[in-house]
Ligand binder design. Sequence first.
Ligand SMILES: *[C@@H]1O[C@H](CO)[C@@H](O)[C@H](O)[C@H]1NC(C)=O
Ligand SMILES: *[C@@H]1O[C@H](CO)[C@@H](O)[C@H](O)[C@H]1NC(C)=O
Ligand SMILES: *[C@@H]1O[C@H](CO)[C@@H](O)[C@H](O)[C@H]1NC(C)=O
Ligand SMILES: *[C@@H]1O[C@H](CO)[C@@H](O)[C@H](O)[C@H]1NC(C)=O
Length: 473
Amino acid sequence: MARPSVVIILSLVLSVLLLVPYQVRSRSTSQTGSSLPLLEKEEVAAGNEEKARQRRRTECEGRWIHIRDLPPRFNTDLLQSCNAFPLYDDGNFCPYLANHGLGPRTHNRSRSWYRTDPHMLERFFHRRLLEYPCLTPDPALADAVFLPYYAALDALPFLYHPSLFNSSALHGRDLADFLRRDRPAIWGRHRGHDHFLVVARPAWDFSQDPDADPPLWGTSFLRLPDFLNVTVLSLEARPWPWQERAIPHPTTFHPATLAHLDAWLARARRARRTNLMLFAGGGGGGGPNIRGSIRAECENRTDICEVVDCSEGACSHDPIRFMRPMLRSSFCLQPPGDTPTRRSTFDGILAGCIPVFFEEIGARAQYGWHLPKERFEEFSVFIPKEEVVFNGVRIADVLAAMPPAEVRWMRKNVLEMAPRVMYRRHGSSAGLRARKDAVDLAIDGVLRRVRRRALEEGDPNSLIYDEDAGERW
Ligand SMILES: *[C@@H]1O[C@H](CO)[C@@H](O)[C@H](O)[C@H]1NC(C)=O
Ligand SMILES: *[C@@H]1O[C@H](CO)[C@@H](O)[C@H](O)[C@H]1NC(C)=O
Ligand SMILES: *[C@@H]1O[C@H](CO)[C@@H](O)[C@H](O)[C@H]1NC(C)=O
Ligand SMILES: *[C@@H]1O[C@H](CO)[C@@H](O)[C@H](O)[C@H]1NC(C)=O
């Protein structure tokens, strides 16, 4: 593992460098300003190196991660087929590979905003892991093992190549074989219970019954017995407890400094919210459904409801289209679509736009590591979709009836959540790294889960059905 150890050394050097000026300053004040001889400076640095190493040992206790060395066919090689599958109308996701998966910046002069495609999260998460401060090249010392497998990209042939539809039970077998064959002791230590990986799609896409005939949409990756012990971080989890945990859909905001984050949050706090509610999305056709009800209500009340039409992926890579409307709206409606969760939930939270959910599974039952379950009433509104679709409840009436002071309080709480669901840029400043972002909280969650599973080993039932939602934070 050449790269992680370089990162370890770099971060060591960096922490030493950061400590030196402080030490020199405190010494020179006691010596009434005389500059220190070079030799002494080196001694100071040497002393600090030991201290830094010790501090790191303490800080990394129980948090060591080993990044499994996988052949490039499991990750970087997959990026080369970026124009081979119709992920989009133009069949080409090559532009979104830029900046380690954050995509191109929205404009040349933009610092924090990117045209991020959520499917590239595997790439970006891998990049962020490389700068994780507690990496170890020795798997035997690791508390958790990260598999840098770009699972959703590897699934593309099975999802989109007609001749492979019937072979989708094969997705992941190659990796399973590799883990069994290559240095089997790494897997064997905890039979995979300490391993984790990211899939940049909802878990549904990988949970097809391998025996389904005719085959349904998706692969059977998450049904392979080989991966049942692995913690899988996915954009959306299945409603019953399984091996995956949901992590926020990536938004397009990836600041690199605390100043950039704070400037944006201040802007969202100050924004004049002249519009009551916003729906950014598409759909709503067919029979009675929540999106249809929202559209009908908004067509009637254009004075208080704004709709940003995102049909045909119009908003996918263009944050300007929806971020400005979100800044001028008090509430953002987050109805389910093809699947219960939406990226828009997280865009809205960043904009300080209070989310309105219509199903528990839309967020509360999903993102416990990032959005504490017990705090949902403090920053979101819940209106059961049946009430709207079948019982004539008007969303606007519910929202307009809320006292302004309560709305302000909720908005403050939403903006407190924003840093937790944001993915800060790789190589961010130390100040920003001190705040936990979506990746940090996901890693914390994985480590807690692995620790709990280690305690529970021996009871296979609790291994799969562990209920670690609603963690304290
Ligand atoms: C942005 O940068 C690219 C490449 O550096 C350049 O081709 C393009 O003209 C620039 N656009 C603007 C609006 O400055
Ligand atoms: C896939 O299987 C179904 C039946 O299960 C069959 O009708 C179809 O022709 C098969 N497709 C391919 C490409 O083999
Ligand atoms: C998963 O864990 C169970 C219980 O620890 C173990 O019996 C099983 O062999 C493991 N599966 C794999 C593929 O290692
Ligand atoms: C739209 O307005 C009309 C007339 O006021 C009303 O009858 C209808 O129920 C409204 N529809 C919705 C969905 O609010």
